[in-house]
Ligand binder design. Structure first.
Ligand SMILES: Nc1nc2c(ncn2[C@@H]2O[C@H](COP(=O)(O)OP(=O)(O)OP(=O)(O)O)[C@@H](O)[C@H]2O)c(=O)[nH]1
Ligand SMILES: [Mg+2]
Length: 397
């Protein structure tokens, strides 16, 4: 069901709603909205929330990754007049899931909903989602034994529909993603890739330390991180088409999704970053050899010069690939990228020295060149990963 909203202005809402006088305690419901370049959708979303959530004490938290279109400033200006609207502005960070996590952790409301900021989710479902979560144990629908932990707005049950997805390919991918998750993680639900759901804050507190926060599928992250079987209820809804603004999905979104599933299935023994760093390192070896071969074929430089140039080219290529893939959520741009490249090359130089020193020692100890070579390369690569993670991209390894 697509809701229609009378186009009241925010100023009219200020006058018409009891927004300035919330209850003495905190709000009952917090609606978390991740945004990147959604300025034109903010007012309409708040109007629709205002209409849908009559009689409920709610707040909305926009988590904006420093959108160039000024979404954060716009929300702040609204927040100055309506204390239900808050904004977390993240600088130098990107990522839908991690934005949702920060927004959810920022509230003290007992019920937390996550909804997209592009108006594709049907906010008129929120009261039913809240009622379902608030139902006392024993009063659930037949079959269920306890109050729900999570309520998911689902496109893949009963009257639900994914029709608003922009193409048939997107629809197929979305359904495939949901089925894959159903098989691989503890998520026996029809629409585990939904970005529209509501949960109790106790569940959030339980799972928060285990969340991966990569990519866009925060619901799967939550379902797969729960230490106990969850009581999940799905309510059907029709996904709307996007009217304003642009989709932020790109070719890496699918890769991030697979990495999230792999991290969840392996119970975090495997870190998506170290895997990507390793893959990029392997491409670096190919680049190094290809450039070396090319320069030797051209015949204009000797071997040492050719190998030096090839190593430099491989380092530069590794830096940019890591910046684009491994550290996509905190990508360095402009002068930061130039500084990052310098620090990456310096630290990789340190890794190379360590590689040689370890290999030499192991060779002296064992006399086995292959073991020595592998030991040196492994220690050097781990050191590169740890040091560049901390000093180049400012992340925990
Ligand atoms: N904070 C933050 N929000 C994001 C980011 N990427 C997307 N969003 C927001 O997350 C919501 C969903 O993003 P969309 O790009 O519309 O993705 P989608 O709805 O799955 O895909 P479409 O069907 O193509 O629109 C929107 O409100 C976006 O503004 C991000 O990197 N950081
Ligand atoms: Mg969208």
């Amino acid at each position: 069901m697509i809701s229609t909203v009378s186009p009241r202005t925010i100023d009219e809402l200020d006058a018409a709603t009891p927004a300035a006088a919330p209850s003495a305690g905190g709000p009952e419901l917090c609606v978390v909205v991740p945004t990147f370049n959604e300025r034109d959708n903010v007012d309409i979303l708040i109007q629709r929330l205002d209409q849908a959530l009559q009689g409920i004490d709610w707040e909305v938290v926009f988590v904006d990754d420093n959108s160039p279109d000024g979404t954060a400033e716009h929300v702040r200006a609204l927040g100055a007049r309506d204390r239900r609207a808050r904004c977390i502005r993240r600088v130098g960070r990107r990522g839908l899931s991690s934005a949702c996590i920060e927004g959810m952790l920022s509230t003290s409301a007992p019920l937390i909903a996550v909804i997209d900021g592009d108006l594709q989710h049907d906010e008129s479902l929120l009261p039913r989602m809240r009622d379902t979560l608030k139902q006392a144990p024993g009063k659930q629908a037949a079959g269920a034994q306890d109050a729900a932990d999570v309520v998911i707005a689902s496109r893949y049950i009963e009257t639900g529909s994914p029709d608003g997805l922009s193409s048939d390919r997107r629809k197929r991918l979305s359904l495939f993603g949901a089925r894959l998750a159903r098989r691989l993680v503890k998520a026996d639900v029809a629409d585990s890739v939904s970005g529209f759901f509501m949960l109790r804050r106790e569940l959030l507190d339980e799972v928060a330390p285990r969340l991966s926060g990569i990519g866009t599928k925060i619901l799967i992250d939550i379902l797969a991180s729960a230490p106990r079987p969850l009581r999940v209820v799905e309510l059907p809804y029709r996904f709307r088409a996007r009217d304003r603004g642009q989709s932020k999905l790109d070719t890496f979104t699918a890769l991030e999704y697979l990495l999230l599933l792999a991290e969840k299935v392996s119970h975090r023994y495997f870190s998506h970053r170290i895997l990507l760093f390793g893959i990029v390192g392997a491409t670096g070896v190919v680049v190094n050899l290809a450039v070396l071969r090319l320069l030797l074929m051209l015949g204009s430089v000797g071997f040492t010069a050719a190998e030096s140039v090839a190593t430099l080219v491989a380092m530069v290529s590794n830096f940019f690939l890591n910046n684009m893939l491994t550290y996509r959520d905190c990508r360095l741009v402009g002068w930061q990228a130039v500084r990052g490249l310098a620090s990456f090359m310096g630290l990789c130089g340190l890794g190379a020295l360590t590689n040689v020193a370890v290999a030499r020692d192991v060779y002296e100890l064992t006399g086995m060149w292959l073991v020595a070579g592998i030991a040196g390369a492994a220690i050097g690569a781990l050191l590169n990963y740890a040091l560049t993670s901390i000093f180049t991209w400012g992340r925990r390894p």
